[in-house]
Write a protein that binds this ligand. Structure first.
Ligand code: FES
Length: 116
C-alpha cells in the first residue's frame, strides 16, 4: 500500500538502458511514449559525474533543447536563440528566462530511472 502511494506522488517513471556510459559533458535526447498521448522527451546530461534530465521543450519560445556536447561542458543549449540551461537546476544561464523543467533521475549501474 505504501509503495503504491509513493508511486502516485512520484509520477511515472521510465528506465533508460545503457546511459551509464554517457561521457562527462555530453547529453542524449530520449523520447518516452507518444507525444500526443502524454509522452514526453527530455535530454539526459552528464555534469560533474551525475546524470540530470531536462525537458527538451525550451521555456523561451518552445524551441527544442538539443543533445550532444554541453556548452562549456555543463550547459544544455537551445539552438533557436542560443539560450543555455543548467541541467542540474533548469535555470537559464546569463539570460532572463523561466527555468526549464527538470526531472528526477537515479542512476543504477549502466541504466537510469527518470520520473516524469
Ligand atoms: S526558443 Fe529556445 S532559446 Fe528561444
Amino acid at each position: 500500500m505504501l509503495s503504491r502511494l509513493k508511486a502516485l506522488f512520484r509520477g511515472r517513471s521510465v528506465t533508460i538502458q545503457g546511459v551509464g556510459k554517457l561521457e562527462e559533458g555530453m547529453s542524449k535526447k530520449v523520447a518516452v511514449g507518444d507525444p500526443l498521448a502524454g509522452g514526453t522527451s527530455f535530454v539526459l546530461c552528464r555534469v560533474n559525474g551525475e546524470l540530470f534530465a531536462l525537458d527538451d521543450h525550451c521555456p523561451h519560445e518552445d524551441g527544442r533543447i538539443q543533445d550532444g556536447p554541453l556548452a562549456d561542458g555543463r550547459f544544455a543549449v537551445c539552438p533557436l536563440h542560443g539560450y543555455k540551461f543548467d541541467p542540474r537546476t533548469g535555470q537559464a544561464h546569463e539570460v532572463s528566462c523561466r527555468k526549464a523543467r527538470t526531472y528526477r533521475v537515479e542512476q543504477r549501474g549502466d541504466d537510469c530511472e527518470v520520473w516524469y
